[in-house]
Design a protein around this ligand. Sequence first.
Ligand SMILES: [Zn+2]
Length: 115
Amino acid sequence: MDVAKSNWLESTGQMWKLYLALLSCGLSLIAFPFAAIALIAGYGLIMPYLVTGTVLSIVMVFWLMWSLRCPTCHRSLAWNMITTRSHMTWLVDLVHLDTCPYCSHALKPSRRDCR
Ligand SMILES: [Zn+2]
């Protein structure tokens, strides 16, 4: 089996969406220390950093919920994981899904399909 395509996100070509969301999350987290530095230094430019970090994180969470979909039934798998799993495990559970929780379609290619 191809190790690089060991999860359904890789095999359906949707892994870039997760990477983009994680990158966006990192950029959002970087904006908040800049706001704190601006507050401590007394520059008065706190709001642009806070608004950028907050808006970027909210937009990326909604985009991730909208874009990560089952290739068969096209329902949002990220939304299902966020609403049915623990906040500690939903992302790991999402990446390691074997079947769609809505239509039970196999998300990973079977060993026969791998070359
Ligand atoms: Zn499905």
